[in-house]
Design a protein around this ligand. Structure first.
Ligand code: TXA
Ligand code: MG
Length: 329
């Protein structure tokens, strides 16, 4: 059974021995292993239930270490690193030949992030290498934002969970591709506008297949970014995103069918429902608690989770993306 604790040196020794460790980051908890150890990487994919073609992010202690993982450093990186790191941003760069196949899923690029959580930074400094760390959830499920979530998901399948408390950002990092045309692959709490302002250029809108009526199945020929996956970040209960003015009607229509709805909305309930959580009105607070709210709604054995639609603006785009994906089944 995995232990939960705050022993960075113990976590480091487990990682050096090829074991899997849950680690806190400011976004969500990651499931970490030595990014240069192919056996550990294969174990990571197996435990997560993730297709091996789906690449993972390499986490480093400092931007000066990036040179060990890439063939070239694009001109945009310096400004981005200066402004956003350590922090909730991942960059895609051309990979160096020694980066294991398992990290990149055979692509010619590698994803790099410098996280800001102090425990994981201390771990990375002591480890002195790169840690591959996808979000610490079974493939396609909700990301964890507390050590207990990681423990509950993996129990005896992993060695240790480093407990860094509740994640402050709450949704996964923004991913920006710097390997070819600069573009956002996954929106997050660092917005496209902030990146544009930092780089002094305008960027293409993120690839958002989730908004289209019919979503493509995962296609081996396409770049394997999260935006190209049909369903992701899903609770077990079906989730629907509902416009504010249709919420009461939607709740009622489930009740008349004798079905129980669990709701995440910006206002309190106007009738009694299975479970109702009043969401934070600022995007930062909303994102921070989103996954724990969805976990709570998922646990109450309702028939459906109804989430009130969030505002349409850059600062809500990462949240809106996760909700759209959580609603695709
Ligand atoms: O906030 C985060 O990014 C968290 C924490 C733990 O750091 N990690 C995370 O990892 O969300 P994961 O594996 O759940 O999502 C990373 C996504 C993957 O869906 C993958 O498609 C994409 O990053 N990715 C990784 N390498 C890539 C590459 N070379 N090109 C394009 N996309 C890549
Ligand atoms: Mg994930």
């Amino acid at each position: 059974m995995a232990e939960i604790g705050i022993d960075v040196s113990y976590a480091c020794s487990l990682l050096r021995a090829g074991k899997l460790v849950g680690v806190p980051t400011e976004t969500v908890y990651g499931l970490a292993c030595d990014a240069m150890n192919p056996d550990a990487l294969r174990l990571l994919f197996k435990v997560k239930g993730r297709p091996t073609s789906h690449p993972v992010i390499v986490h480093l202690a400092h931007p000066s270490l990036i040179k060990n993982w890439v063939t070239s450093v694009p001109k945009e990186l310096e400004a981005i690193a200066e402004r956003f790191w350590p922090g909730p941003l991942t960059v895609i760069l051309p990979k160096a030949p020694q980066v294991p196949y398992e990290v990149t899923g055979g692509q010619d690029t590698v994803a790099i992030r410098i996280p800001s959580h102090e425990l994981t930074l201390a771990l990375l400094q002591e480890f002195e290498g790169g840690l591959a760390a996808p979000s610490a959830n079974k493939f396609g499920k909700l990301s964890p934002t507390r050590a207990q979530d990681v423990f509950d998901e993996f129990r005896d399948e992993i060695a240790y969970v480093l407990d860094g408390g509740a994640c402050q950002v709450g949704i996964e990092s923004t991913i920006v591709d710097l390997s070819k045309n600069v573009r956002v692959l996954r929106p997050g709490m660092i917005t496209r506008e902030e990146l544009e302002e930092c780089l002094g250029v305008s960027l293409e809108a993120p690839v958002s297949f989730a908004k289209k009526e019919s979503l493509p199945e995962e296609d081996e020929t396409q770049i394997r970014a999260p935006g190209l996956l049909k369903s992701h970040y899903s609770p077990n209960t079906p989730l629907k995103v509902i416009a504010s003015d249709e919420l009461d009607e939607a709740v009622l229509s489930y009740q008349t069918k004798n079905l129980r709805a669990a709701v995440l909305a910006f206002r309190p309930p106007s009738s009694s429902v299975g479970k109702w959580i009043v969401a934070e009105v600022e995007p930062e607070g909303y994102a921070k608690n989103l996954y724990s709210h969805l976990r709570e709604l998922d646990r109450c054995s309702c028939d459906v989770i109804l989430v009130e639609k969030v505002p349409v603006s850059q600062s809500w785009s990462g949240i809106s993306d996760r909700l759209t994906r959580a609603s695709c089944r």
